[in-house]
Design a binder for this molecule. Structure first.
Ligand SMILES: CC(C)(COP(=O)(O)OP(=O)(O)OC[C@H]1O[C@@H](n2cnc3c(N)ncnc32)[C@H](O)[C@@H]1OP(=O)(O)O)[C@@H](O)C(=O)NCCC(=O)NCCS
Length: 112
């Protein structure tokens, strides 16, 4: 999924995959000059809604423990840490595993 500015410029993208009832966020990135404007949040919200509409039960992802921006945005949505993969990245850094229970989308809607 791609987020575009009104002039067509690509502001960001989110790469998603779904296998059976498991959704995965493989990557998400926003143009460095357009960060902290809510674009990442908007794309993740749209991705969760898309997974929900396709019948996913949960959404999983991996993130570097040093990636404070990504950890913060995922935690804000209610993703929880479920584990760690040792030396997952090419520089030897571990990956933090996070999951989002798609039922939260319905619960949050009811809470509004
Ligand atoms: C992670 C990323 C996609 C966030 O996109 P963004 O459009 O800047 O995020 P948003 O503006 O929607 O931010 C939403 C919330 O996330 C958190 N957040 C975002 N960037 C943050 C940062 N640098 N430090 C701390 N918290 C941050 C904040 O809680 C923020 O809310 P606030 O601005 O009201 O405080 C962006 O920083 C990015 O492209 N990073 C490089 C690629 C990357 O690391 N992708 C993740 C791979 S797992």
């Amino acid at each position: 999924m791609v987020a575009r500015m009104s002039d067509g410029l690509v502001a960001g993208y989110i790469c998603m995959m779904m296998v059976l009832d498991e959704g995965s966020v493989l990557n998400v990135a926003v143009h460095p000059q357009l960060r902290r404007k809510g674009i990442g949040k908007m794309m993740i919200q749209a991705a969760l809604a898309e997974f929900h509409s396709r019948g996913a039960s949960f959404v999983a992802l991996e993130v570097r423990p040093t990636n404070k921006a990504a950890l913060s945005i995922y935690e804000g949505f209610g993703f929880v840490v479920t584990g760690r993969r040792k030396a997952y990245y090419e520089n030897g850094e571990d990956a933090v595993l996070m999951e989002y229970d798609i039922k939260r989308l319905d619960e949050d809607k009811h809470a509004l």
